[in-house]
Structure formats: C-alpha cells, structure tokens
Ligand binder design. Sequence first.
Ligand code: CA
Length: 233
Amino acid sequence: MTVETPRILVVEDEPDLRILLDRHLDSAGYRVSLAEDGIEALERAWAEPVDLVLLDLMLPHLDGIEVCRRLRQDERTARLPIIMLTAKNDTADRIRGFEVGADDYINKPFNLQELMLRVAAVLRRRDGGDDFPSRAIGIDGLRLDSHSRIVTVDDVEIDLTAREFDLLYFLINHPNRVFSRADLLRHVWDYDYTGYDRTVDAHVARLRRKLGRSGGWIETEWGIGYKFRPPSG
Ligand code: CA
C-alpha cells in the first residue's frame, strides 16, 4: 500500500472559513481541494483522489445533504469519509445528514484543534488504525475483513461507510454485551458523549438495513443501547 499525503476536500461557501480551513489543513501537512458550492463539490470529489470531505450543509446550488446523498450513490465515493459542518443546535439537519450517509459532524463555530483531531481520527480509522487489530471474521454468511474493510453477506459485498464499518466491527468484537449510546460514541467515534443520541441510532438503522438478514443480529436493548447477538448454533 502506498502512503500518500491524504487529500481533503473542503466544501464551504463562506470565503473566510474556506481560507481558514485551507490554511490549517495545509500547515498540518494535508493536501487540500476547495469547493464553494455543492456542484463544484461533486465535480472535485469525482475528478480528484479525495480521502475525506469536510462538508458544509448550507450551500448554494446544491445543499450539503444532497451532495452527501449523491456521493454515497456513486460507487467512486460510496465509502468516502464525510464530516458534516453543521450549525449548532440544528439537530434536524444533522439527522438528515446521517441518514444520507455522513460519518461524523462538527458544530459551527468549531474549535480548530478539535476539527484537526477529528479529521485525523477519521483518516486513521479508514486506514485500519491501531485500535482495530486486523483479522477476518465470519458468522453465518456474514464476513468481515478488517484489513481490506470489506463486508459481505452471503457473498454479496455490502457498501459501508467508514463509520458504519467501525461500528459493526466494534459490536462484532464484543458479542452479547450491551453498550449504551454513550459507550458506542466513546469507543467508535473517539470522542466523549456530547448528548446526541441520534448519531448512534441513525448509524445502527442504516447498518441494519444494509446488512439485510444479518442486520437483525444488532439488537436494541430498550432504554439502554445496543448489542450484537450472533445466531446460536
Ligand atoms: Ca454555508
């Protein structure tokens, strides 16, 4: 595997913010592409080898939710890590973002240091970071390879986002144990609970849908959280 400097696509229509992000990401050693609106974002994401997208949701021409949806629908960018930049308290937008496949979100106005940590964490996960020892797991038709990050159900490959993969991998590695949403945020999302339960719920819902018959093994423990219960026998 060649180790190249990751390229980050910044999609932000506010010039000051775009310049600020460009400068900080560049000085942290990333390559940076910039887009001012949703149309340009799609063009760049499909023309350049992008490793991560920082996606503002309020954009001219095509909003961030629609950009996210289209990126997920195109096989070139179906798994591209996407971090939404969302207005503080705009829970509805955040939920819509997760529903169309965003991996993470950062509230505006954001702390630059936190943003840089979040970017590094998402890229590390994508690369199969140290927290996730590499191995292949097979459970009754469900196969997961942590190195290639490929998941198949009955030999059909399932397209998962980076975060969906991490969530599944974490749950599979801790079968029959109940985790609260806060636990999952801490273990899978790398940051402390910020009072936003729906992040986990939206990811679990998408994961279940994508996994088909295997999705039912992720069980809801009402009032507590989730657990992975593999079929017995
Ligand atoms: Ca904006």
